[in-house]
Design a protein around this ligand. Structure first.
Ligand code: ATR
Length: 280
């Protein structure tokens, strides 16, 4: 039995096991692989990586707070992880433990599944943390026209926009959240990469008055499934894509690398949506 795990601290809330075990079952791989969760503290990271090197664990997802910290213990990074400076997935190849980042590609695949292309378009991102970084770099490598990063802390948005421009050559600029109305006017996609929306009392950074129907709105927050932003987007007549879609797609990329099999996306989605609907 090959062990796959998601590690983090805390980890109880992770929905990755649910999604991956449903996919393993669908492909009749549940005797070959099992996906679990492990609470790992920062001081235990080196030993954890050693257990992958020794073959005791076949692969892993990495979540908060280890996405950056873990890099020092790895043998290699993929070009995505290198560029983003963060890792959310590990696999072993030729005896080496390799760190990868599937967040950005997960977002792009989720847009594709919803028939949204990003080429030549202006994209507005709210937030400048880990999720924003992964998504901004991926969009920059996929021929968008312009990326605008708006964040509560302007300095962080400026730093991310500068790095994206420096490392990819893409047109990217930064601003404060007050600029949202102005920036959305000629934008085609808005992606919320802040944590706003996780708690219902937080509301939303963007309301329907500033949205236009030809805008696609995506939220990386997946719990609740229908955030205030998604509600506002629907009210404005926009195509709205919830965070569960990106979560499934980022997981699916890892699944394929570990098992070598095409992931059953619909099955993963169903398992996740059923759980989220039940808990909301
Ligand atoms: P992640 O790795 O999930 O992206 P993160 O690195 O903690 O998480 O980033 C969270 C993002 O949400 C940040 O952009 C943060 O803004 P700041 O950089 O100003 O902290 C944003 N965020 C969190 N709470 C917010 C709030 N109440 N209003 C606006 N932005 C908020």
């Amino acid at each position: 039995m090959k062990k796959l795990v998601v590690i983090g601290d805390p980890i109880e809330h992770s929905l990755s096991p649910l999604m991956h075990n449903a996919a393993l079952k669908e492909l009749c791989l549940e005797k070959e692989f099992h996906y679990g969760k492990l609470r790992i503290k920062t001081e235990e990271l080196a030993d954890f990586i050693e257990s992958i090197r020794k073959g005791e664990i076949a692969g892993a997802n990495i979540t908060m707070p280890h996405k950056v910290n873990i890099i020092q213990y790895l043998d290699e990074l993929t070009k995505e992880a290198e560029l983003m400076g963060a890792v959310n997935m590990l696999y072993k190849k030729n005896g080496k433990v390799i760190g990868h980042n599937t967040d950005g590609l997960g977002c792009l695949n989720s847009l594709k599944e919803n028939n949204v292309s990003v080429e030549g378009k202006k994209i507005v991102i709210t937030g400048a943390g880990g999720a924003a970084r992964a998504i901004a770099f991926t969009l920059a490598l996929n021929d968008v026209h312009e990326i605008v990063i708006l964040n509560r802390t302007m300095g962080k948005a400026e730093e991310l926009a500068r790095k994206v421009k420096e490392k990819t050559g893409a047109i990217s600029k930064a601003g404060s959240l007050e600029k949202i109305k102005e920036e959305l006017r000629d934008a085609k996609v808005l992606i919320n990469c802040t944590s706003v929306g996780m708690k219902s009392e937080e509301g939303t950074l963007v309301t329907s008055e500033v949205l236009h129907p030809s805008l696609v709105v995506m939220d990386v927050v997946y719990n609740p499934l229908k955030t205030r932003l998604i509600e506002e987007a629907e009210e404005a007549g926009c195509k709205a894509i919830n965070g569960a879609s990106m979560l499934v797609h980022q997981g699916a990329i890892g699944f394929e690398i570990w098992t070598g099999k095409k992931p059953p996306i619909k099955v993963m989605q169903k398992a996740l949506l059923e759980h989220l609907r039940m808990s909301s």
